[in-house]
Design a protein around this ligand. Structure first.
Ligand SMILES: [Zn+2]
Length: 512
């Protein structure tokens, strides 16, 4: 929007008005206009220079002589100063007021935020309620306190050797955790994927010898990280997402758990592999037989597995020195993290595990149960932690040459993890029952109702939502969001005070 004609014409007219009072005829061509403009400019410059010199001359004479005009000029200057000071003060007050309002607004916002978040979290917080109570061998769940004993009699009843609440089935156990053993790694799929059909031993035994081995989907509770899973597998409780923060600094478990019961019953536990166990159960393991390996280097596929394999076989020939051996292999998990499941390295790892378990099963005697579990699965990229099907669907395989896993109608293991799955937390009572340590109501029919009530109770204790507080929190946060949105325009606003601006301009003019 420029109007060259107008910008030229305007000063030209002014100049014409200044230099020629008797209104000459309007200029007809461009050259005349330009000439007139130049003349006007010169005249203005001359006038400006003239005024400046008279001003400075006046100032000089004022300083030198202090004549009669001096008083008048002084009055004028002080009036100007006063005016300037008044304007300054007005501006400062306006600025201060504005600053206070802004600071107050943000402070208020901060307070409302804090209150909103406090309300929300106090309604939402999934704090785990840890029960201090421990199961005791001589206090069966039946008729505790009432004096009635619903359990039938058996030899050695009420002792760890005979079985606390149920006749003991095995003297020893070997538990191998194959980290991230997803269920479909262990069942025949036949789709040509690198990770399928590389670990057939579990399926084969479960199909051929259903009384000696069984394979089932083993469903993890999220978060599917190893630390959380180990807690679930040993305590039989549900983890919380609040816990996940401590996933990499495993703190010792102090609530009732399998290993604590075994240790307190004088059982000797050997641990090989992933050092997370050492962090969770410090001082639980036989120092001279146990070997812990660093679990953090996910690029290293072999050190942990080779360590477990190297040290577990000699133990099988020295069964008098231990009651429980835990081996935790990390190769499959690390192959997933490093390459993803669909990679030749994963196939190699699974084949290695297949050979390992095959050889291990051959060393197991009648008094020992061999349990192979995946603590979680992995997604299509080989990661885990979440609650997708691939992450929660692990495998559980139990084996004993005793042939004790009788079934009225033997069926092949489930083809997918959607069929007949078992929960990972249920391993704890089953295992405790097999080992004769106290944990679970022995006779199912008598305790179905009791178990249901307990489960309800536990569920209500696990995740406690205070809906009222949560709604208040969400409303507070919503109000804040709204206010922030509404006040967004104010931020760009500057002090729009025409009078102040005008006064400032005037002062600047005077200063010149
Ligand atoms: Zn992992």
């Amino acid at each position: 929007m420029t109007h060259p004609e107008r910008t030229i014409e305007q000063p030209a007219r002014n100049a014409a008005a200044q230099t020629a009072p008797e209104n000459p005829p309007p200029p007809s061509d461009y050259k005349t206009i330009a000439a007139q403009f130049a003349a006007a400019k010169r005249a203005k410059e001359a006038a400006d220079a003239d005024r400046k010199s008279t001003d400075s001359g006046k100032n000089n004479s004022d300083k030198q002589t202090g004549g009669a005009e001096d008083g008048h000029s002084k009055d004028q200057t002080s009036a100007r100063e006063r005016h300037r000071a008044a304007l300054e003060a007005a501006r400062r007050t306006a600025y201060q007021a504005r600053w206070l309002w802004t600071a107050g607004f943000w402070l208020w916002l901060l307070v409302v935020h804090a209150v909103g978040i406090a309300y929300f979290t106090s309604g939402f917080l999934l704090t785990r309620l840890v029960l201090e109570e421990k199961s005791a061998c001589d206090v069966p769940p039946t008729g505790a306190g009432s004096g009635a004993d619903l359990l039938p009699a058996w030899e050695g009843k009420g002792s760890v050797e005979g079985g606390c609440w149920h006749p003991r089935t095995f003297e020893r156990a070997v538990v191998v955790v194959v980290d991230a053993l997803r269920y479909d790694f262990a069942v025949p799929v036949g789709d040509g994927e690198a990770f399928h059909d590389a670990f057939p031993f579990l399926w084969e035994t479960a199909v051929r010898q259903p009384d000696k081995a069984f394979l089932r989907p083993f469903i993890a509770d999220p978060p599917t990280s190893t630390l959380q899973r180990l807690k679930g597998l040993t305590t039989g409780t549900l983890p919380t997402f609040v816990d996940v923060g401590s996933s990499f600094s495993g703190t010792a478990i102090d609530e009732d758990n399998l290993l604590m019961q075994l240790r307190d019953a004088g059982k000797r536990i050997v641990h090989l592999g992933d050092d997370t166990w050492e962090a969770l159960f410090p001082g639980y393991f036989e120092g001279n037989l146990s070997r812990a390996y660093d679990s953090f280097n996910v690029w290293d596929l072999h050190t942990v597995d080779n360590g477990v394999i190297e040290h577990i076989f000699p133990l099988m020939g020295r069964t008098s020195e231990w009651d429980l051996v835990i081996g935790h292999c990390l190769g499959v998990d690390h192959a997933g993290h490093r390459y993803g499941p669909n990679h030749p390295e994963m196939t190699k790892k699974l084949r290695q595990m297949d050979g390992f378990i095959r050889d291990l099963a051959a060393t197991i005697d009648d008094q020992t149960v061999l349990i192979v579990v995946g603590d979680h699965g992995m997604d299509s990229k080989g990661d885990h932690g979440g609650e997708s099907d691939d992450e929660v669907e692990a495998a559980l395989w139990m084996y004993s040459p005793k042939g004790i896993f009788g079934r009225t109608k033997p069926r092949p293991p489930p083809a997918t993890a959607k069929i007949r799955p078992v929960n990972q937390i249920d391993l704890v009572p089953t295992f405790a029952l097999l080992m004769g340590i106290p944990d679970w109501a022995a006779i199912f029919s008598a305790f179905a109702a009791y178990q249901e009530a307990t489960l309800q109770k536990c569920k209500s204790l696990w995740a406690r939502f205070d809906l009222k507080f949560m709604v208040i929190g969400i409303m507070a946060l919503g109000v804040i969001a709204l206010l922030v949105y509404v006040s967004k325009g104010d931020d760009d606003e500057v002090i729009e005070d025409e009078e102040l601006d005008l006064a400032e301009k005037r002062l600047e003019g005077i200063a010149l």
